[in-house]
Design a protein around this ligand. Structure first.
Ligand code: GDP
Length: 423
């Protein structure tokens, strides 16, 4: 029997919900933090005092001294990016010795995966809007049983053969425009030995930790609407971002997980292509984008903004089996006079639904039913408890809780660690 506690943190919109901040706050109370999917396309931003840390590959828990941080088998690992981040953290004085483990079963993302990603996006008639970091092609190779894993780095000749096969295949698929195909392939492979020294069996390590009574946090990247199975397919990422992906992505069974915290922003944003039903008219879109600093941490792309979409949040609560919700960026709405929530969608056939549709194309044409709430027009950034919040902000949160069907356990009112209300 495991006596420890295992919590999953998962995004409940289209990513960028502020998971980095919530993980950073929760990391204080745990012993081990593990990423379970995604690659360097995720960009978690954490603010500590005057310092800003943007982490793409290494779990943001690394900023907390002494915590063990793992990258699970569900992650695709860009070796160059990983060590760039590793060395930058070390340069900033973070002690990393014995603190990072990488699953032996994690797949390697090599430069030709990036070249393929760029080529596919450039050639596609219907662009997904990927970060062009090679994530899709690396997962495609994994599912196609052609991938290379961390454990293979010890493989000598066999490794070389498989790399050449991957390169050749990529060359065939890209055709004439194979510029940059090799990239720094040699550099990636030379780092193999260094990576091997961090290799571990994450499932074994986490199970042992939980059996020993330790506390574990499994950190999701992107969000529910970007899940390969449950998101707005095909405008999704290539992995299971939802809570059920957490067990698979680190190598533990579902019965080992005790709680699931879903992170939602107090409004909605989306980067990349695909439908955003509750999108705002241009003026308000720009206002919220500027107030919330809604520009991608990985690509700098402006995010599209929308009102809080309760249809999506309720769906996310169900798909992830949420035990609690963390609402972030409430303070971004502090100056807005009237705030809407999408509570249902009108469909093209004249009907209406409160369920998030599977048909992504129909999602393009739904009309949200909005409920309007009076704003609070008061600064919330110093609130420490729910009682410190203005009445209208509390009413807004109560309504989010009621519509989503999961209890709010945290509210974030600023970028700082201290700007958090625990309920
Ligand atoms: P993630 O990928 O889900 O971690 O999200 P991002 O890192 O892309 O976006 C989070 C950004 O919002 C970071 O710059 C955070 O510092 C910031 N942030 C997080 N929580 C809050 C909050 O409650 N209020 C404000 N104003 N900013 C926040």
């Amino acid at each position: 029997m495991a006596t420890g506690q295992c919590k999953v943190v998962v995004g409940c919109q289209w990513g960028d919900e502020g998971k980095g901040k919530i993980v950073d706050v929760l990391a204080e109370d745990v012993d081990v933090i593990a990423r379970y999917q995604g690659g360097a396309n995720a960009g978690h931003t954490v603010h500590v005092g005057e310092e800003e840390f943007i982490l793409h590959q290494i779990p943001s828990g690394i900023i907390h001294p002494g915590k063990r941080c793992l990258l699970g088998n569900g992650v695709v690992l860009d070796v160059l990016q990983f060590f760039e981040e590793y060395d930058a953290l070390a340069e900033r004085g973070i002690d990393l010795l014995g603190r990072i483990g990488v699953s032996e079963r994690a797949h390697l993302l090599l430069p030709y995966h990036k070249a393929l990603d760029r080529a596919f996006e450039d050639q596609a008639a219907e662009k997904i809007g990927t970060t062009r970091r090679g994530i899709g092609p690396a997962y495609e190779a994994k599912a196609g049983r052609r991938g290379l894993r961390v454990a293979d780095l010890r493989g000598g000749e066999r490794l070389e053969e498989r790399v050449q096969e991957g390169l050749e295949r990529a060359r065939e698929r890209i055709g004439g425009g194979s510029n940059g195909l090799e990239g720094d392939l040699r550099g990636s492979l030379q780092l193999g030995e260094r990576l091997s020294s961090l290799a571990t069996d994450t499932g074994f390590e986490l199970t042992e930790a939980l059996r020993a009574g330790k506390r574990v946090l499994l950190e999701g990247a992107q969000g529910t609407a970007l899940d390969l199975d449950h998101g707005t397919y095909p405008f999704v990422t290539s992995s299971n971002t939802t809570a059920s992906g957490a067990g698979t992505g680190v190598g533990i069974g579902p019965t080992m997980i005790d709680s699931v915290v879903g992170v939602v922003k107090a409004y909605t944003t989306r980067v990349g292509n695909g439908p955003l039903p509750s999108s705002l008219e241009p003026g308000m879109d720009q206002r919220i984008r500027e107030l919330g600093g809604e520009f991608g941490a990985t690509t700098g792309r402006p995010r599209r903004c929308g009102w809080f979409d309760a249809v999506l949040a309720r769906y996310a609560a169900r798909v992830n089996g949420l035990t609690g919700i963390a609402v972030t960026k409430l303070d971004v709405l502090d100056t807005i006079g009237e705030i809407s929530i999408a509570v249902a969608y009108s469909t093209k056939d004249g009907g209406s639904t409160k369920e998030f549709p599977a048909d992504t194309w129909s999602l393009e044409s739904v009309q949200p039913h909005y409920e309007t709430h009076p704003g609070w027009q008061t600064d919330t950034t110093r609130a420490k408890t729910l009682a410190d919040l203005p009445k209208n902000a509390r009413a807004y949160l109560n309504r989010i809780e009621e519509l989503t069907g999961a209890p709010i356990t945290m509210v974030s009112v600023g970028t700082e660690r201290t700007q958090i209300i625990r309920v």
